[in-house]
Ligand binder design. Structure first.
Ligand code: DC
Length: 241
């Protein structure tokens, strides 16, 4: 029997998570935002481990090297623990038993998450959590991220790669935050998104890219309703039961 996973990948602010959540709701499936796990580990590291960027030179060199070492981060995630908990129709991130869905969206986490997500040992740990979570759900799970169709669930019967121009993604992100969309702010946001995409697409492990068998969906001209409807139609074809 094939796995009941829909993989939705794409760059930052392409609407992956909103689309995945809406598709899951329409199908009666669960939603899993894999970026939330990378963010939760980043939050846990910032709150519990000496930050290597802030280290002063009075701290011993080997202790500084240890700070955000792969082993330290994975042990932290295991011990606190960092985990996904199914609440209603969504897997939510928890750190030490506390729901961190809001805390992980803060700018201090966003600024450092690419660094954490580039560590192979961390990625391996996150992938194991995702595969275990999916096994526990009887209906199916819509998983969104950067490497879901290429690495985490290469056998997913439906893979979608969402794109939109950097300007459109910047505009959506500012609108979502309720910020004014003036040209200078738009340019800044577009540049910041471009830098994060570049970091995610050029890292050595599991870079952001479309799977060869993914359906490409350019959402620049689509409303959220339209993009959700397209994915739901594909899902009903690929998962008739
Ligand atoms: O989608 P997001 O902005 O919440 O993702 C946070 C970071 O995690 C982003 O910089 C890329 C990384 N990420 C990843 O490398 N692989 C995934 N499957 C999901 C997110």
């Amino acid at each position: 029997m094939s796995i009941r996973v829909i993989a939705i990948d794409g760059p930052a602010a392409s609407g992956k998570s909103s689309t995945a959540a809406a598709v899951a709701r329409r199908l009666g499936w669960a939603h899993l935002d894999s970026g939330a796990l990378y963010r939760a580990i980043t939050l846990a590291a910032l709150d519990n481990v000496r930050d290597p960027l802030k280290d002063d030179l009075t701290v011993a060199a080997d202790e500084r090297r240890e700070a955000w070492s792969p082993q330290r981060l994975v042990a932290l995630a295991e011990d606190l623990p960092v985990r996904l908990v199914l609440v209603g129709d969504a897997f939510r991130p928890e750190v030490a038993g506390v729901d961190v869905e809001n805390a992980i969206r803060s700018p201090r986490v966003t600024a450092r998450v690419s660094e954490i997500a580039a560590i192979p040992e961390v990625r391996h740990w996150v992938n194991v959590q995702q595969r275990e979570a999916v096994m526990t759900h009887p209906q199916g799970v819509v998983v969104d991220g950067r490497d879901i169709g290429t690495v985490v669930f290469p056998d997913a019967p439906l893979k979608v790669f969402l794109t939109a121009t950097p300007d459109e993604r910047a505009r959506r992100r500012l609108a979502q935050r309720g910020d004014r969309v003036d040209p200078a702010e738009l340019q800044r946001e577009s540049d910041a998104l471009g830098a994060r995409d570049l970091a995610d697409a050029t890292r050595r492990v599991a870079p952001l890219r479309s799977a060869a068998d993914a359906v490409l969906l350019d959402t620049t001209q689509l409303s959220m309703e339209e993009q959700v409807a397209r994915v739901v139609t594909l899902a009903r074809q690929r998962f008739p039961h």
